[in-house]
Design a protein around this ligand. Structure first.
Ligand SMILES: [Zn+2]
Length: 200
């Protein structure tokens, strides 16, 4: 395993069945990061982020909160899903982190889950019934559920997802939840649901 890792780092020609890796070109940046020592300033257990934020946003490369919120090392937990939608796995992870804080650092500080949907979202391609049906057939995922995925009107879907977290009984009542829309045409983030505490 070790040998294999070293080989990819040195960009050794690939063996049959092995694909060229796109990450190889970024390994120099990793070395610079390692040399910088920035990783030493890690948040304390249970890894509460410095800015007290748990950001949920789209996987779209234009919607990286490191860019539009200027997040730096350790500033936030970042969960990214298609559309920034709060799927069950997001609820599970939020529950887990909330529970960890309750169990390991009950005095807090707790954190805010900030849900961010955005304009011009690729999730909207699933509004096309043919594309949706094709994906359902190809993947086995439920077509009805896929129909609910697109962030058609982001201000509405984000409010719905904030409500979903607020209503989830497994999520710690010590965290707060807010909703925002990011405009890919202007770079502006707008709050559409002010922070509310879970269970309130
Ligand atoms: Zn998107």
């Amino acid at each position: 395993m070790h040998e294999r890792k070293r080989q990819s780092r040195d960009a050794t020609p690939t063996r049959e069945g092995e694909a060229m890796s796109n990450i190889t070109a970024l390994m120099e940046r990793n070395e610079a990061f390692s040399r910088s020592g920035a990783w030493r300033s890690a948040p304390r257990l249970p890894f509460l982020p410095f800015k007290g934020l748990y950001v949920i946003t789209c996987i779209d490369p234009r919607t990286d909160p490191a860019d539009f919120l200027g997040l730096e090392f350790g500033d936030a937990v970042v969960a990214r899903t298609v559309g920034g939608r709060v799927i069950d796995a997001v609820i599970r992870d939020l529950s887990y982190i909330g529970y960890l804080v309750e169990a390991k650092a009950p005095q807090g500080p707790y954190f805010e889950a900030a849900v961010i949907h955005h304009t011009d979202c690729g999730s909207r391609l699933l509004e096309d019934p043919d594309l949706r049906r094709g994906f359902a057939q190809r993947s086995g995922y439920d077509e009805q559920q896929l129909a609910a995925l697109p962030a058609t009107v982001p201000a509405e879907t984000v409010r719905g997802d904030v409500a979903k977290i607020l209503a989830a009984p497994q999520v710690s009542t010590r965290i707060t939840v807010s909703g925002h829309v990011y405009d890919t045409a202007t770079g502006i983030l707008e709050t559409v649901a002010e922070a509310v505490r879970v269970g309130s």
